[in-house]
Design a protein around this ligand. Structure first.
Ligand SMILES: *Cc1c(COP(=O)(O)O)cnc(C)c1O
Length: 302
């Protein structure tokens, strides 16, 4: 059966596992080996070695993430920030300009504002809910537009369709940090984003026992990210890959339940006299009540 016809729950359990099974093992064993026999015929990036992101646990978890996001390929990294910084440094070089959402995860905000300019890369913040203002921020050197599907911590939801359309019209690489949505609520690549980024430390792993990240997209672009990661060295250890793969088996169940619980809490808090403001995109009457379009769950019920 092709993965397109399997449900997200089934993909979460089965996608990516080695076939045939290793000695019949139902679960991908931990391959705690840094290097492997090599026939010497391949190029540098193909040498089987943990830092080169091509060993069995890395391959299994990468395939599972790609299948869950409906994308061709994924590469895992040592943390969400390793994934995000490596992806940005793959797409941008000295002299380039980045458009970036004004409401951002703190680590990403710090990287953009503290580190990009030292590398000769400039940036402008954009109001993610006002697409008509983006054109004025463009420069001839603009290469990419970066948003978060649901921003951390303010839960802002950009006009995601407008981001994709704008990027296509202007030849920019479109990138979204999909950590908070997870592939259960939104699959960016299916909706036209070039790259989807994750902190696997959060919902993907789901058990607070691992730091991990992922970059998801078309094979060619993900290969470029992988080769940059090979150089920068932020690869994910096999045991962490094993824990991430195991955690993701329950992703769909967990996130649906989390959607329900968060929706209940948000509605209760919104009516509470001691609470002045609730930031939750599923509540009626607050900015960004439009859920990520194409969301696979009934966002209104969240
Ligand atoms: C936590 C987080 C990150 C960073 O992930 P780490 O695994 O801590 O490096 C990036 N983006 C978002 C939205 C996050 O919540």
């Amino acid at each position: 059966m092709s993965s397109a016809r399997r449900s997200l729950d089934t993909l979460a359990v089965h996608a990516g596992s080695p076939r045939p099974r290793v000695l019949g093992a139902i679960v991908t064993p931990v391959f705690q080996s840094a290097m492997y026999e090599d026939d010497g015929a391949g190029v540098y990036h193909d040498i089987p070695y943990i830092r080169l992101n091509n060993t069995p646990n890395q391959i299994a978890v990468q395939r599972k993430i790609a299948a869950l996001e409906g994308a061709e390929a994924a590469v895992v990294a040592a943390s969400g920030m390793a994934a995000i910084t490596t992806a940005l440094l793959t797409v941008l070089r000295s002299g380039d300009h980045l458009l970036v959402q004004d409401s951002l995860y703190g680590g990403t905000h710090a990287f953009v504002t503290h580190d990009l300019e030292t590398l000769g890369i400039s940036y402008s913040f954009i109001a993610s809910d006002d697409p008509s203002s983006w054109e004025a921020k463009l420069r001839p050197t603009t290469r990419a537009v970066y948003v978060e599907t649901i921003s951390n911590p303010l839960m802002r939801v950009p006009d995601l369709e407008a981001v994709v359309a704008f990027a296509r019209r202007r030849g920019l690489v479109s990138m979204t940090d999909n950590t908070f949505a997870s592939p259960v609520n939104f699959r960016p690549v299916e909706r036209g984003f070039d790259l989807s980024l994750h902190s696997g430390t959060k919902y993907l792993n789901g058990h607070s026992d691992v730091a991990a990240g992922a970059v998801v997209g078309a094979e060619g672009l993900v290969l470029r990210v992988k080769q940059k990661l090979d150089h920068l060295g932020g690869s994910l250890d096999p045991h962490a890959c094993f824990l991430l793969e195991r955690g993701m088996k329950t992703l769909a169940l967990r996130v649906r339940r989390q959607n329900e619980s968060a929706g209940t809490l948000a509605r209760l808090l919104a009516e509470h006299r001691a609470v002045s403001r609730v930031h939750y995109p599923g509540l009626p009457g607050i900015p960004d009540t439009t859920a990520p379009r194409g969301s696979s769950t009934a966002w209104a019920a969240c």
